[in-house]
Design a protein around this ligand. Structure first.
Ligand code: NDP
Length: 447
């Protein structure tokens, strides 16, 4: 049987674009459908605009720090609209870069929402398109709390389009998105209250990261309401009134509420049932090679809810294309994936947390940890600390996890991740000459 395409990809985000280009490089005839801006969550409404806003927010600290180095006091002024326009201009530029890359790779871009009619046929607008293989790469979407007045809250998606800077800003949740936006908005001068249902943010991270980031944020001036739930949101004359229960019971009034309580696969109205694609716990069920329950249909990225990070979706997409179109079978192990929280202070991690290692190895775990004031702050007077930690297997001496809180943690952990991925031991770290003076050198000086 002949089809319109060898591969039809649904969703032009990080996973879909990388898979389609790699498949086309093997000579496959490929089309990709997108019903929004090309680039997906990461480029359009996630990592990229977020990181630009992280940079924007970092200047307020730097102006302050400069005083200790002899710079005169400046009265900084900040224009929210100017930042939003600059960020969105860059996002549109990158989206065009993605479109150009698809074109250069020979991938046909089709605008519109794709819906499965059967395992080899999708409908996009009026067109019925057939393909031998279909890749689903539709990403995820924010999940909001089910409470009265939740419609007054926004998600991270709307953060990049707010017309005005909310002076009083509340964040619900303690994950990556909540923590990053709490820090961004605080750095830009908003009064920030973060409401979490537990005592600590960033569940799943090493406990030292969780404690140190939260402590650092509190020191900077973010207000935390821990073990607190939002019961309802009401629109009042002077803002949005949140009714709170638990430890922080009471009411607060703010100008904007960000609901960052998690994300889910964006698979509604895809017609998966028409194609016989199995969904388990709200995500597309896949085998290690990203194949779904339907042998010619694959899925990568957040819609499969494995590890929901851009580089993972890209790696899954390329592994799929190499396996199916390049005949180089391979799959992603999802081990030792580094990740960072672009908070202030920044945190980054790779490998096992101390708790995970102890659960797996019991007493056969050695932890090396140091906390110090980085040289940069010896003249600023700011009470800033760096935390560096290695989790080591006592028997094999292999480094199982590395964790850091402090400036440039993400940049530093990326390098450490290579060593850990290669199976480096504590001795390998010790045998490495320090790069002095730096914060990163502490990773090879731990005793
Ligand atoms: P997360 O799953 O990381 O965090 C969700 C947060 O919401 C948790 O703190 C959770 O609390 C809380 N929560 C969930 N349900 C409720 C509820 N009913 N009431 C109160 N609080 C609740 O989701 P995010 O939305 O922050 O991020 C989604 C994904 O996006 C992440 O998993 C990550 O993969 C990706 N991402 C990565 C970034 C990066 O790499 N820097 C940046 C941003 C996003 P609890 O801990 O108690 O469960």
């Amino acid at each position: 049987m002949s089809y319109d395409y060898d591969l039809f990809v649904i969703g032009a985000g990080s996973g879909g674009v990388s898979a389609s280009r790699r498949a086309a490089s093997y000579g496959a005839k490929v089309a990709i459908a997108e019903n929004d801006l090309v680039g997906g969550t990461c480029v359009i409404r996630g990592c990229v605009p977020k990181k630009l806003m992280v940079y924007a927010s970092s200047f307020s600290h730097l102006y302050q720090d400069a005083l200790g180095y002899g710079w005169g006091k400046v009265e900084p002024s900040f224009e929210w609209q100017k930042m939003i326009e600059a960020v969105n201009k860059e996002v549109r530029r990158l989206s065009q870069v993605y479109i150009d890359m698809l074109e250069k790779s020979g991938v046909e871009l089709i605008h519109g929402k794709a819906v499965f009619l059967d395992a080899h046929t999708v409908q996009v607008g009026e067109r019925k398109i057939t393909a031998d293989k279909i890749l689903i790469a539709v990403g995820g979407e924010a999940v909001k709390l089910d409470i009265p007045g939740i419609e007054y809250s926004i998600t991270s998606r709307e953060m990049f389009h707010l017309k005005e800077q909310p002076k009083r800003f509340a964040v619900i949740g303690g994950g990556y998105i909540a923590v990053e936006f709490a820090c961004i908005m605080h750095g830009l001068g908003s009064e920030v209250t973060q409401i979490i249902r537990r005592d600590l943010i960033l569940r799943g991270f090493d406990d030292d990261i969780r404690k140190d980031v939260q402590e650092g944020m509190i020191k900077h001036g973010v207000k935390f309401l821990t073990e607190t739930r939002v019961e309802k949101i009401e629109k009042k004359e002077d803002g949005l009134e949140l009714t709170l229960a638990g430890k922080g019971a009471g009411k607060i009034t703010v100008d904007a509420v960000l609901c960052a309580t998690g994300r889910q696969p964006n698979i509604k109205e895809l017609g998966l049932e028409n194609a016989g694609v199995e969904v388990v716990n709200g995500a597309i069920a896949v085998k290690p090679d990203s194949c779904t329950s339907q042998p010619n249909i694959y899925a990568v990225g957040d819609c499969t809810n494995r590890v929901n990070l851009t580089p993972v979706a890209i790696a899954q997409g390329r592994a799929f294309a190499d396996t199916v179109f390049g005949h180089i079978p391979r799959y992603i192990t999802h081990k030792n994936i580094p990740s960072a929280v672009f908070a202030q202070p920044e945190a980054a991690t790779v490998g096992m947390s101390e708790a995970e290692a102890r659960e797996k190895l019991g007493d056969n775990v050695i932890v090396y940890r140091t906390k110090f004031r980085p040289m940069f702050h010896s003249l600023t007077g700011a009470d800033e600390k760096v935390m560096i930690k290695l989790v080591v297997d006592r028997v094999t001496e292999r480094v199982l996890g590395a964790h850091m809180v402090g400036k440039d943690a993400a940049e530093i952990i990326q390098g450490i991740a290579i060593a850990i991925n290669m199976g480096a031991t504590k001795k390998d770290f010790d045998n490495t000459i320090a790069l002095h003076p730096s914060s990163a050198e502490e990773f090879v000086l731990l005793r």
